[in-house]
Ligand binder design. Structure first.
Ligand code: PRP
Ligand code: URA
Length: 209
């Protein structure tokens, strides 16, 4: 699939396997989500714009590339996406952070919007949308639509685990965006949970049920 990158790095695979383990507690789960986001971010941000900045070395003055960090917006989908923000900010501390609030109706599995605040001017930024789970793809696709409605153009979407159904839906709805997936799992079950997956990402990050 064009514009879709599935992570192959053994460190990412190892950490995702630890996340899946039901015996992994809240504290370790949070740390792992942040670490995976950072490792995936390293790949997803390989085309981040740089600007030449004057630097004085002990030898001479030179112009060298530095990350144009204010041009990046990280946008977590609430709640679970919040767990990935720290990992990206470790890489680009000057990035701005937007928030999109969506929850899945437990019966219909349809996403419902409850919040949207994006850093301006959004049309001039690289926007990295983060959410650990891409299940039916409804939340991810709606989040990207909301960002486009606000003028966002250069959008990337990063998830730790995707179901084939969700990846297809997001890609079909937004073929122009780059999608980064930590692991492409087998399928959705009758409750639209990813199999084998890791359960409910938000509950595991925040210790709720
Ligand atoms: C989870 C997850 C995604 C969404 C994925 O959030 O973090 O946002 O479900 O499902 P979808 O691809 O079928 O839309 P949830 O709605 O459980 O909210 P939470 O993060 O607040 O727990
Ligand atoms: N949301 C989650 O947190 N987990 C799933 O498996 C599907 C949606």
């Amino acid at each position: 699939m064009q514009n879709v990158t599935i992570m192959e790095h053994p460190l990412i695979k190892h950490k995702i396997s630890m996340l899946r383990d039901k015996n992994t507690g809240t504290n370790e789960f949070r740390t792992l989500v942040e670490e995976i986001a950072m490792l995936m971010g390293f790949e997803a941000l390989r085309d981040l714009p740089t600007e030449d900045v004057e630097i004085e070395t002990p030898i001479e003055t030179t112009k060298q590339p530095m990350i144009a960090g204010k041009k990046l917006a990280v946008v977590p989908i609430l709640r679970a996406g919040l767990g990935m923000v720290g990992g990206i900010l470790n890489l680009v501390p000057t990035a701005k952070v937007g928030h999109i609030g969506l929850y899945r109706d437990p019966e219909t599995h349809e996403p419902h919007e409850y919040y949207c605040k994006l850093p301006e001017p959004i049309d001039q930024r690289t926007i990295l949308v983060v959410d650990p789970m891409l299940a039916t793809g409804g939340s991810g696709a709606d989040a990207v639509t909301m960002i486009k409605e606000h003028g966002g153009k250069n959008i990337k979407f990063m998830c730790i685990i995707a179901a084939p159904e969700g990846l297809e839906k997001l890609h079909e709805a937004h073929p122009d965006i780059q999608i980064y997936v930590g692991s492409l799992d087998r399928e959705l079950n009758e409750n639209a949970y990813i199999c084998p997956g890791l359960g409910d990402a938000g509950d595991r990050i925040f210790g709720t049920k």
